[in-house]
Design a protein around this ligand. Structure first.
Ligand code: FNR
Length: 340
């Protein structure tokens, strides 16, 4: 299908990587504020999405996809990210993937297929990295979406142990007409402590003519200026950051990172504004605090159960209370995002 005019493009971009539980709306908006060009959602499983109904939430100013059985918000988005958000799907089935894509194509900028997740849940379900071994199925999913959906389609893979096998696979995937491919330079069995295969990413980028988004460099990327070196080694113009953004999202700031407490304050405002679930908010802040959870403030934080309690630790207790009252006055408060 001809893609819409002014659609998302993937060259020269700095991108927030898909991260389960981390890539919910507050983190995506924060990454955009700090300078990310594109933000990926956490991986959302196709059949879970198919249990949802779309609802415009006038109180929060969001579009929510709500699970029909338990009322939880599976995906929440808003106008501010509409042109920049890519939803990542976990799927092993072209028809199911297409049904989800039809459900969301007017609310988001792009759709990505996860072909790199090494977790047992994905592999057993034939999703994620299982698709690297099933190119026929992987291609069927991508070409079904490319042919029937008006927004760009991409996929995110891991490399295979052999460079040639990886290039052959990528060439096959690119033949479906996808708009970009993100490559994490580790194999399915390699873990974060293994070096990222930057030279393989470079060879892939030299072999195909769509944007390759280099991924896997967080260990080498401690500050904004490290991004350029990683891109050069990978021969790419676009990069996708996961762990470095999870730890301090202001990595996207050209002017340099902000102190962590200031990032947490910025994050919490969005968590309050978009009624993010306290459990999800807490998880994201824990990932920022890391060993600081052992400090007296960190220990107090771990005891918090409500958004207001968390906010109070960063002097936002009044802000949180005011917003909650404002939302209650407007009527039905949007249902909270519940993540697995
Ligand atoms: C991930 N990663 C990941 N990848 C993906 O395709 N879909 C996902 O939902 C997730 N979820 C996820 C959660 C968390 C907490 C982490 C740390 C990672 C993998 C991620 O996108 C990326 O490929 C790797 O982390 C390597 O990139 P970095 O971290 O070196 O920038």
């Amino acid at each position: 299908m001809t893609k819409s005019e002014n659609c998302l493009t993937y060259s020269d971009k700095i991108i927030l990587a898909p991260m389960v539980r981390v890539g919910t709306l507050p983190m995506r908006l924060l990454a955009l504020d700090y300078g990310a060009d594109i933000v990926y959602s956490e991986e959302l499983i196709d059949w879970k999405f198919l249990r949802t109904m779309r609802r415009v939430n006038d109180v929060l100013g969001t579009v929510d996809f709500i699970d029909r059985s338990d009322g939880s918000v599976v995906f929440r988005t808003c106008a501010k990210e509409k042109d920049k958000v890519v939803v990542q799907l976990g799927t092993c089935d072209p028809d199911r993937a297409l049904k989800v894509a039809k459900l969301i194509e007017n609310d988001v900028a792009g759709i990505d297929i996860n072909m790199g997740c090494p977790k047992e849940f994905s592999l057993k379900g034939g999703m994620g990295a299982a698709l690297l071994k099933q190119p026929v199925k992987a291609k069927a999913i991508l070409s079904t979406l490319v042919q029937n959906i008006k927004i760009p389609i991409s996929c995110k893979i891991r490399v295979l142990p052999s460079v040639d096998d990886t290039i052959n696979l990528v060439t096959e995937l690119v033949s479906t007409g996808i708009s970009a491919i993100a490559v994490h330079g580790r194999t399915k069995d390699e873990r974060p402590q293994h070096p990222n295969r930057n030279s393989t990413i470079k060879k892939i980028a030299q072999s195909i003519d769509i944007p390759v988004i280099a991924n896997g460099g967080s260990r080498e990327i401690e500050k904004y200026s490290d991004i350029g070196k990683f891109l050069e080694e990978c021969g790419c113009s676009s990069v996708m950051l996961a762990r470095s953004a999870q730890g301090n999202c202001s990595i996207f700031r050209r002017q340099g990172q902000k102190p962590l407490d200031s990032v947490i304050v910025d994050y919490l405002r969005y968590a309050v504004d978009y009624d993010n679930a306290p459990s999800n908010t807490k998880y994201c802040i824990q990932n920022m605090l890391k060993e600081l959870q052992e400090t007296p403030k960190g220990k107090k934080f771990l005891e918090c159960q409500t958004l207001e309690q968390i906010c109070a630790l960063w002097d936002l207790g009044d802000y949180c209370r005011r917003k909650e009252l404002e939302y209650q006055a407007k009527g039905n408060l949007g249902r909270r995002q519940v993540t697995p």
